[in-house]
Design a protein around this ligand. Structure first.
Ligand code: TXA
Ligand code: MG
Length: 326
């Protein structure tokens, strides 16, 4: 683990990390959303290690991270005007843009799709690492496939200790949920995964934007091929996660908790509050903590799906085994 300053990354330390990337190794690094597990995106052997160490199915494609907007034109075959508008408005930032891929992008990254997902993160350590490495960096979230995304270096260590070349510690992730993924290869842009940039922000910039059913957290079987990652059941804590929505939710939560406790279960009630920024920032680390503490059930209330709320509800629905309308 190597501690690097996020306001003023020490160049000697960045070079240590980039030399690992250049040699085809893996480096976990902070971004503004969650920690990423990075490898040289143009080196298929290096990228293969990501899938192996994370335990990720090979049909789930990776995001390619860049440090200069102009690198998009090397990685993508076409860059529509609307995509350029997004780059201008939201990069660097928590937005991943799916475009037709160019020939330099290895098939292992895109899981055989003819598209590539690209993003420019808003974190100085990440940007310096990409720049010093001199190549785009492929990176999924740096958790093992069965765990929630890591929002601190300690979470990465819990999952990947001893498996990778280096873990950079750059403090807690600012946003706490992953980037928004938007597909710009069709006439009408399609939101594939809600995240750090809201649907409202996308619509303000682009006009009409469709929302993939899975992006809402529906477990839909149709059209999954558009973003293969979405078909995987995401992390669920060992505890049963119960989501309660609707007007009478607080009353219902108390009832469920009481009845479970009567059966001798250890029950946690997660208080959400109204500040979506704060909820997003703490959600994944709270899930990890509940697991450590050995709860049998976690009950949580739904939040309003405006702004960041859509991403929060998407992650909660994926973790929940029971959804109750009160
Ligand atoms: O915030 C983030 O996006 C973080 C940080 C590290 O950048 N990364 C991240 O990567 O969340 P990962 O691998 O956990 O999620 C990538 C998502 C998956 O849902 C995947 O299916 C989708 O992006 N994706 C990647 N390439 C795609 C493509 N060509 N077409 C459609 N979806 C794609
Ligand atoms: Mg992930």
């Amino acid at each position: 683990m190597l501690r690097i300053s996020k306001t003023n990354p020490e160049i000697s330390k960045i070079r240590k990390a980039s030399s690992i990337i250049k040699k085809g190794g893996l480096v976990a690094f902070p971004t503004e959303t969650v920690y990423g597990l990075g490898a040289d995106a143009l080196n298929p052997k290096a990228v293969k290690k990501i899938f192996k160490e994370k335990g990720r199915p090979s049909d789930n494609p990776l995001i390619v991270h860049i440090a200069r907007k102009k690198d998009v034109y090397r990685l993508a075959k076409e860059v529509p005007k609307q995509a350029e508008k997004l780059m201008k408005k939201f990069w660097p930032g928590p937005l991943t843009i799916v475009l037709k891929k160019s020939r330099i992008v290895p098939n292992i990254i895109t899981a055989g799709l003819d598209t590539v997902a690209i993003r420019m993160p808003k974190n100085r350590i990440a940007l310096e690492l990409i720049r010093e490495s001199g190549v785009p960096i492929a990176a999924p979230s740096a958790n093992s496939s069965t765990k929630p995304s890591p929002t601190s270096a300690r979470h990465v260590l819990e999952d990947l200790d001893g498996k990778i070349g280096m873990i950079i510690d750059g403090g807690n992730a600012k946003i706490g949920v992953e980037s928004t993924v938007v597909d710009m290869t069709s006439d009408i842009p399609m939101l594939l995964r809600p995240g750090g940039i809201s649907l409202e922000q996308l619509r303000k910039c682009l006009g009409k934007v469709d929302v993939h059913p899975v992006a809402k957290g529906k477990k839909s079987k149709e059209a999954i091929s558009r973003s293969p990652g979405m078909k995987y059941r995401h992390y669920s804590p060992k505890a049963e996660v119960i989501l309660v929505e609707g007007k009478g939710k607080m009353q219902k939560i108390r009832e469920i908790a009481k009845s479970l406790e009567r059966k001798g279960k250890k029950v946690a009630i997660m208080k959400m509050g109204k500040d979506h920024g704060r909820i997003a920032k703490k959600l994944f680390s709270a899930f990890r903590e509940m697991d450590r503490k050995g709860f049998d059930a976690i009950i949580l209330e739904g939040v309003d799906e405006k702004g960041l709320g859509l991403a929060i509800m998407n992650r909660i629905r994926k973790a929940a085994s029971r959804r109750i309308k009160a």
